[in-house]
Design a protein around this ligand. Structure first.
Ligand code: B12
Length: 407
């Protein structure tokens, strides 16, 4: 079992591993960001019966298709399980299954299904009929997908470019960030206590497959009891994390002079704008839209070179603390998978909270384009935020506000 190259999410994979291990399967867990060569070499060396891949970010979908193609090329025929929130039956049917004809790729959307799927695939008396059903299901999904794709109208690129989002640059002067280049922060700047104020607990419950919004979930008729117990355990661990400083949060922010050149964004080394530092190639939407809606590209939100306006782009990276891995491993070594997953799920909340806090500091202070903003911690109200940033600012490397994920 492995989380594929480029992807660090492993909570789901670990849950599946625990569930299968409880049913007497032996799991070889290769961890996260695992390159295909290592997966296939281990499968060969250990003579495994099944390979399981996990992936939660969009690029992992391509990586999984790549693993399937490599399995075909190298003559594997064992089942390939595909899991993780971004994967889907349609993607498996359309992009992965056709690449692996010697064996069978199977999408498993939930840990609770993993045992049934694995046993159906490994038992000689059920294997053939199970695979037959899967193949019939995938053929149906692929045909429905092909029909839906054929019904979508896509514009030629030149027409999509004509329909770009065109802000009124003549009447807008982009604010200049308070610094250019990068600036680093560590736990002397941002304490764990401070980050707790920015916690959004709802995704924490999702991590445990408890669906519902916090705090209402604590009183939910069906899930309330489990949610309350989990929350209590989380509070106890959180107290220790903060008091004993288990994690050391760190962050880097950066701002660079930038101009849009068509669909691309050119970054300059400094404000003289004489030397190019990098180019971001942004994609333009090409689906045909109704009601005069624009076909946007991220470049539309940066002042074009020919406008003569000095604009900038910014980015940031945060970590709750790289100590998380060693701490989770310590629990795992003591056969305490529950605490290992809890420690990771809380580290995840710290990372998200830090992204929230850093984004706020950038908006209000380091870039200062929303210095009049009045949102309070834990109030990630997209409506209010987008009015503040209305139409002219997309803060790139942050994850909290939908369209921001593009970098
Ligand atoms: C926790 C989390 C993190 C944690 C991960 C901690 C960890 N140790 O795993 C941290 C903070 C590190 C993180 C980082 C990032 N994340 Co994140 N993260 C999440 C979050 C909130 C929950 C994921 C999770 O654990 N779900 C619960 C588990 C149990 O579900 P699951 O993995 O789907 O697993 C179940 C099934 O899918 C299945 N399954 C899973 N794997 C397998 C494998 C097999 C073999 C089988 C059979 C079954 C199976 O069984 C599991 C149990 O039922 C999701 C949002 C969400 N609600 O999904 C975003 C999310 C996945 N992250 C996202 C992003 C963008 C990122 C970052 C790129 C952010 C950034 N800009 O830096 C980075 C990733 C960097 C990288 N290169 O990977 C996006 C992905 C969007 C996309 N489509 O690309 C999401 C969807 C959030 C969002 N809406 O923007 N993230």
């Amino acid at each position: 079992m492995a989380t594929v190259k480029g992807d660090v999410h492993d909570i789901g994979k670990n849950i599946v591993g625990v569930v299968l291990a409880c049913n007497n399967y032996e799991i070889i867990d290769l961890g996260v960001m695992v390159p295909v060569a290592k997966i296939l070499q281990t499968a060969r060396d250990e003579n495994v019966d099944v390979i399981g891949l996990s992936g939660l970010i969009t690029p992992s979908l391509d990586e999984m298709a790549h693993v399937a193609a490599e399995m075909e090329r190298e003559g594997f025929d064992i089942p390939l399980l595909i899991g993780g929130a971004t994967t889907s039956r349609v993607h498996t049917a359309v992009k992965i299954h056709p690449k692996y004809q010697r064996g069978q790729a199977v999408h498993v959307n939930d840990a609770s299904r993993a045992v049934n799927v694995v046993s159906s695939l490994l038992q000689p008396d059920t294997k053939a009929s199970y695979i037959e059903n899967i193949q019939a299901e995938y053929a149906k999904s692929a045909a429905a997908h092909a029909r839906a794709e054929a019904a979508k109208t896509r514009l030629p690129l030149s027409q999509a470019r004509d329909a770009a989002f065109k802000p009124d640059w003549a009447n807008y002067s982009p604010p200049k960030p308070s610094l250019l280049g990068i600036k680093s922060f560590d736990d002397s700047d941002f304490s764990l206590e401070k980050l707790v104020e920015y916690f959004d607990w709802t995704p924490f419950f999702q991590t445990w497959e408890l669906k519902g919004r916090y705090p209402a979930i604590l009183e939910d008729e069906k899930q309330g009891k489990a949610a309350r117990q989990l929350f209590e355990d989380a509070q106890a661990m959180l107290k220790k994390i903060v008091a004993e400083k288990w994690y050391r949060p760190r962050a880097v922010i950066g701002f660079w002079p930038a101009s849009a050149v068509g669909d691309d964004i050119r970054l300059f080394t400094d404000d003289t704008r004489s030397a190019e530092r990098a180019m971001f190639y942004t994609l333009r939407q090409q689906l045909s839209k109704r009601g005069g809606k624009p076909n946007m590209a991220l470049a539309d939100f940066v002042a074009p070179l020919e406008s003569g306006k000095a604009d900038y782009i910014g980015g940031f990276a945060v970590t709750a603390g790289i100590e998380e891995v060693a701490i989770a491993e310590k629990f795992e070594k003591n056969n305490d998978d529950y605490s290992a997953i809890l420690a990771k799920a809380l580290a995840d909340r710290f990372a998200e909270a830090f992204a929230e806090l850093m984004h706020e500091r950038v908006r209000r202070e380091y870039w200062g384009y929303a210095d009049d903003e009045t949102l309070s911690p834990g109030e990630p109200d997209r409506g209010k935020l987008s009015r503040h940033s209305s139409g002219t600012r997309i803060s790139s490397a942050t994850r909290s506000y939908g369209k921001d994920d593009a970098f």
